[in-house]
Write a protein that binds this ligand. Structure first.
Ligand SMILES: [Zn+2]
Length: 155
């Protein structure tokens, strides 16, 4: 594999980390916010002329273990890519999961074994641990995003 050049490969989903699949960002500048649920963006909310103008939203950051024909590896999917699998925004999914506590675990089960064509980009700096998925194309003709399957399951 050439360094830094994205590769496209077929893979099967082995598992996803359903305990930690999203994080909060500022809805204006999309900077990552602290874990504390009441904290707001100190950059956007600092604007005294418009107090309380910033709010937070959730975005996906999903660790997934995949098997290619060469190896099993853990990759990271950020919001745009994870939405292909979930079929909704991280906020929508989070709200759904509040009503259905096992929803995230069920997504992991739903996606397990799913065949994907993915494009992976190697981390450019040494600090990033995992290769990043930049594109996902589900290969099964009957693929449905997880949220649709969940709504069927939970009624
Ligand atoms: Zn902000």
């Amino acid at each position: 594999m050439e360094n830094g050049k994205p590769i496209t490969t077929m893979c099967a989903v082995m598992a996803m980390d359903y305990t930690n699949f999203c994080y909060r960002v500022c809805s204006i500048c999309e900077r990552t916010l602290p874990v504390n649920p009441s904290s707001l963006c100190k950059f956007c909310n600092f604007n005294a002329f418009n107090p309380g103008s910033s709010s937070s939203k959730r975005v996906f950051r999903l660790l997934m273990s995949i098997a290619t024909d060469k190896k099993v590896q853990t990759v990271i999917c950020f919001d745009r890519v994870a939405r292909v699998l979930f079929g909704c925004s991280a906020d929508e999914f989070f709200d759904f999961a509040k009503l259905h506590p096992f929803a995230a675990e069920t997504v992991s089960e739903i996606l397990e074994g799913e065949m994907l064509r993915i494009t992976i980009s190697k981390p450019k700096n040494g600090n990033a641990q995992h290769s990043r998925v930049v594109q996902i194309v589900p290969l099964s003709s009957c693929f449905q995003p997880a949220i649709i399957r969940l709504r069927e399951l939970y009624g």
